[in-house]
Design a protein around this ligand. Structure first.
Ligand code: NDP
Length: 308
């Protein structure tokens, strides 16, 4: 087992983690970024990002993250694609375990982000990866010219439905009420898309299938409990996200919903020297640009902390 000390360790590699790395590296702190096996964060599962400033024509999520990573690597930061398995923030230097490798750090930035929530209905586990998915960009291509469904009423659901409408022969958007959380422009794009059909006031009660994968979904009305079976080849769940904070239970203070607590207006957690940036501490805005912004804040705050 190796043990290595770094002044700064950044856990996570979405817009927050890589931005923190760019700032910390340019400040001469030579950070280690423990990026995770699935590095890049949620934008890796997004298609068109139209609201990240600097790209007037929009940019593909994975391509944007490739640029983030290249910019972090250009300066003096070491990026390793491992998952952190344990942390001990009870004393400095802080201890971080990634599989068999042990690290210590004088200061840490936590930017582990959030991940897609799942519905947990009957059949979900059985058909996971065989028609049930939380990522249209990853799995949509398997359902070319097939009928698919997207569940949810937020921007993620709208984005997934619009993306799938270019691949599938038909997309059913299943949402449990009539009003959408998604932005007006996204709802209008869905409404005017001839390939998208709404099932409003319905939830998916069960996913059915056979040895080849999903064959249909059982919908239940949220108004009168009536049921209907709709043939589909895939169901994409797009019902929001939960923060990746399991690792920090008992170490860092959290809100009831699991997001890390920071001193308002800062990236300081309850442990001096441990900072939190990005979606892991933001259940309100959750945007790539705000994540990058707090990554920058965390690196600047950390530099000041180390200088004191
Ligand atoms: P949201 O929390 O905004 O939406 C989740 C949706 O899923 C809601 O419509 C909710 O229904 C529904 N839902 C939640 N739980 C269940 C359940 N158990 N059964 C059925 N339906 C359920 O999450 P998003 O991931 O869509 O968006 C998160 C944030 O990211 C937002 O701020 C969004 O604007 C942003 N975003 C922006 C994008 C862009 O601008 N390109 C792309 C994607 C996301 P209900 O409304 O009834 O609560």
């Amino acid at each position: 087992m190796s043990q290595t000390h770094y002044r700064v360790i950044i856990i996570g590699s979405g817009p927050a983690g890589y931005t923190a790395a760019i700032y910390a590296a340019r400040a001469g702190l030579s950070p280690l970024v423990i990026a995770g096996y699935a590095s890049g964060g949620q934008l890796m599962t997004t298609t068109d990002v139209e609201n990240y400033p600097g790209f007037p024509e929009g940019i593909d999520g994975p391509e944007l993250m490739k640029y983030f990573r290249a910019q972090a690597a250009r300066f003096d930061s070491l990026i390793i694609d491992k998952d952190v398995t344990q942390v001990d923030f009870s004393e400095r230097p802080f201890k971080i375990q990634a599989g068999n490798d042990a690290y210590t750090a004088d200061a840490v930035i936590v930017s582990t982000g959030a991940q897609a929530k799942t519905l947990g209905m009957k059949g979900e586990k059985e058909y996971w990866g065989r028609g049930v998915s939380t990522c249209a960009t990853c799995d949509g291509a398997f359902f070319k010219n097939k009928v698919v469904a997207v569940v949810g009423g937020g921007d993620t659901a709208a984005e997934e439905a619009l993306y799938l409408s270019r691949i599938a022969s038909k997309v059913f958007l299943v949402h449990r009420r009539e009003a959408f959380r998604a932005s007006h422009i996204m709802v209008e794009r869905m409404r005017t898309n001839p390939n998208i059909e709404f099932f409003l006031n319905y939830v998916v009660d069960e996913i059915k299938g056979n040895e080849n994968g999903v064959t249909s979904m059982a919908l239940k009305s949220t108004q009168d409990e009536s049921e209907r079976d709709v043939p589909v080849s895939a169901v994409f769940e797009a019902i929001g996200h939960a923060p990746t904070t399991e690792l920090f239970k008992g170490q860092l203070e959290m809100h009831e919903n699991g997001y890390l607590k920071v001193v308002p207006g800062t990236t300081e957690t309850n442990v001096p020297g441990v900072f939190a940036a990005g979606d892991v501490q933001d259940h309100v805005y959750r945007q790539a640009v705000t994540a990058a912004g707090t990554g920058c804040m965390a690196a600047i705050a950390l530099e000041r902390f180390l200088n004191e």
